[in-house]
Design a protein around this ligand. Structure first.
Ligand code: ADP
Ligand code: SF4
Length: 689
């Protein structure tokens, strides 16, 4: 085993948190999983895996204390009753097995909770509109409601203790109920819970004291709190009232979990926000409390982590995304294997699980959510089931991941790539504005593959059916990706546009990434709704090309709302003076004018442009696959055991989809896969109920 570099020793010091002690400084802060109370076994196994990977503290996601705080369709955890205690015990048992602490983030949603599941009327500091645009208002809490809330919170803390948690949170940020009490903007009360700073922190203070009173002999009390006030500029916080509040409460809890008002920075996509971006907000926190402090910053570099601790910014390295991308990050640092860390790329696909109410996925870690239902471990994979050789054609994320995982299983793998470099779309896309960190998808896999003696890589090898068959591999995997279409077809135009030309004035993202750029005013037609159109707009703006972006959606990069980056995308484009035209589809282009059509009225208008970039849909590059199938059927000689398409060649998707596809192929080769029920479904709480 490798040895840990002594300069990282500080990260492995135990830290006392009130009555409990964390074995090291690696702290998985509360984060959503899209699993919550709906999928208890999946979430327990996911959290347990983090503990196995060395995280000293592993927390739940936001955990409702009462049905009056219900956020479906966004799955949250809950501690409402005995069933919840049993469900959480599965998690705490797994976390404790590895000597880690388990934390429960008790949550009261206030006006932000939809309560569409429980049908309870939401309560808040005042009667406020539901902030995620549901046309219901919360009712204002009176004194007896506040007393009730305190009782619910206390009882939930007791249930958390009974479920085996070691840390219990008072959650006073992220624009939920307690932050509304703290804020002078939302707290318009005239009683002892409103007005002065002291009055506005009263409820938070009471909850801290009552939680400590209820469970403080056994559990640490943590408070999640925002370092800054509302209304600061991006990266330039206003730190005024929140500093005063923190000073007032400084020694009350056992731990401060600090974040900030702007979620799109805290959870920022790497396109906009880099590692350690909360530092400007955090600088004062440790100077006003003697209690341990944790914050996040998408930390993946152990040197940055050490620097944060040594400079007195934090005591714990908080992580959500880095712990999702690599549950074994602490272990890898501990064992001196830092070049094996699977670094988060900051794409925020993980966040779409919560946004869409579905199990969390990760671009870098295809095993997340699959720990229980498919039995996948992020670091372990079954040895090969035969001495078969495998030829993988194409080294994009699908081909690379299949090669990496097959290589780990011990198969002899031959990876053939047409280009001189590996990585496929990841290599191309990571050179687009802001997407540099995405190259980590390639770099991690290439690094692993390079260590494997059983993997051979053939660069500059454009394979045709004859070449492939000449290799005589036992299994053939086609991972040749997909190409952007130039015919305008997509969601809006379900058939190709008849008037779209001349061809030399029509571009696709593939052209742009290959360096073929338009010269004059350009219309980017976005019927893809994710990042591609907006990064191409940025690239063209940097060449001083006037850009108009047209989309049938009502906002630009609509899917980006699910990754919490839409508002930053739109702002960036507006700042770059990109003309944005929403609710319009492309009807045609004649080389001088584009015709666009309103999605509501069908009204058409013309725009004078010299070029079009169509960002609509992609065609699988599957001709090789079909040729091989035909060739195999018609020859009597060598017969491969299987020919399989994976990744974008099978069905164009996001990069996470390609990685998953490659990983799944590698897992399932030479295994018995039940064609009817390929995974377990986490549908019931307990078999005996
Ligand atoms: P995915 O996302 O499914 O992994 P990509 O488009 O990223 O797909 O990668 C496909 C890779 O396959 C590219 O690097 C491309 O150069 C390579 N490729 C495509 N066709 C062939 C071929 N016939 N022979 C070898 N490599 C190929
Ligand atoms: Fe990081 Fe992307 Fe994985 Fe989220 S999905 S943890 S942002 S790599």
């Amino acid at each position: 085993m490798h040895k840990r570099d002594p300069r990282y020793d500080v990260l492995f010091e135990p830290v006392k948190i009130g009555p409990v002690t964390a074995k090291n400084r690696f702290y998985q802060v509360p984060h959503c999983t899209g699993l919550g109370w709906l999928r208890p076994r999946m979430v327990a196994a996911l959290r347990g895996m983090k503990a196995e990977g060395g995280w000293g503290v592993v927390c739940t996601e936001y955990c409702s204390i009462h049905p009056a705080s219900d956020d479906l369709p966004h799955p949250y955890a809950s501690l409402w009753d005995q069933g919840d205690i049993r469900a959480h015990s599965m998690m705490t048992d797994l976390v404790h097995e590895h000597g880690s602490l388990a934390g429960a983030e008790l949550w009261v949603g206030g006006a932000r909770s939809t309560n569409l599941f429980s049908n309870e009327v939401a309560m808040d500091v005042a009667s406020l509109p539901n902030s995620i645009a549901i046309p219901y208002q919360a009712r204002a809490m009176d004194k007896s409601d506040i007393r009730e809330l305190r009782r619910w919170h206390r009882n939930a803390a007791l249930r958390a203790r009974d479920a085996g948690f070691d840390i219990v949170y008072v959650y006073a940020t992220h624009h939920y109920l307690l932050s509304h009490f703290l804020s002078a903007k939302t707290n318009t009360r005239t009683d002892e819970y409103g007005g002065s700073l002291e009055n506005r922190v009263r409820l938070v203070r009471e909850l801290i004291e009552e939680t400590r009173d209820a469970v403080g002999d056994r559990c640490a009390v943590a408070v999640r709190f925002s370092a800054d006030d509302e209304g600061g500029k991006d990266g330039d916080p206003v730190i005024n009232e929140h500093r005063d509040m923190l000073e007032m409460l400084a020694e009350l809890p056992d731990l401060w979990d600090i974040n900030i008002q702007d979620y799109s920075r805290e959870m920022g996509a790497s396109r906009f926000i880099k590692e350690g971006s909360l530092e400007a907000y955090m600088s004062y926190v440790k100077s006003i409390t003697s209690k341990p402090v944790v914050t996040v910053g998408r930390f993946t570099s152990p040197d940055t982590m050490v620097s944060q601790v040594n400079r007195g910014i934090v005591d714990f390295i908080g992580a959500a995304r880095p712990s999702i991308a690599d549950p074994f990050l602490p272990k890898k640092i501990e064992e001196g294997r830092i070049d094996e860390i699977r670094e988060c790329i900051g794409c925020n696909i993980c966040y779409t699980g919560d946004s869409t109410g579905t199990p969390i996925r990760c671009t870098q870690n295809p095993t997340i959510s699959e720990e229980w239902r498919r039995g996948w471990h992020p670091e372990k994979i079954a040895p090969k089931g035969s001495d078969s050789s495998v030829l993988v054609v194409g080294s994009g994320p699908a081909g690379l991941e299949a090669t990496r995982a097959l290589g780990h299983r011990g198969y002899h793998v031959m990876l053939a790539e047409a280009e001189h470099t590996l990585g496929g779309r990841v290599s191309r896309e990571s050179s687009l504005p802001g997407l540099g960190e995405w190259a980590r998808v390639r770099n991690y896999r290439v690094h692993e593959i390079q260590q494997m003696e059983n993997v051979d890589i053939y660069f500059d090898n454009q394979m045709d059916a004859e070449h492939v068959l000449a290799v005589e591999a036992n299994h053939i995997v086609i991972a040749t990706g997909a190409s952007w279409q130039a015919d305008g077809r997509g969601l809006f135009n379900t058939t190709p546009l008849t008037e779209l030309g001349p061809a030399e004035q029509v571009f696709t993202p593939d052209d742009i990434m290959a360096g073929r750029l338009p010269a004059g005013p350009t219309l980017i037609y976005d019927d893809d709704h994710y990042y591609m159109s907006s990064v191409i707009a940025e690239l063209l703006c940097a060449q001083n090309i006037p850009v108009t972006l047209v989309t049938p959606e009502t906002i630009v990069s609509a899917w980006g709302a699910k990754t919490s980056e839409q508002s930053r995308v739109q702002r960036r484009l507006m700042e770059l003076d990109v003309q944005l035209i929403t609710s319009h589809g492309l009807a045609g282009f004649n080389g001088r004018e584009a015709q666009i059509e309103c999605t509501y009225t069908g009204a058409r208008k013309n725009l004078a442009v010299e070029a079009i970039v169509t960002v609509t849909m992609r065609s699988p590059n599957d001709s090789l696959f079909h040729e091989l199938q035909q060739a195999v059927d018609s020859t009597g000689g060598y017969q491969p055991g299987s020919i399989t398409r994976i990744g974008d060649c099978l069905a164009p998707s996001i990069i996470a989809g390609a990685v998953f596809s490659g990983h799944r192929y590698a897992r399932e080769l030479d295994t018995e896969v039940d064609p009817d029920n390929r995974m377990k479904y986490d549908r019931v709480f307990f078999d005996d109920e």
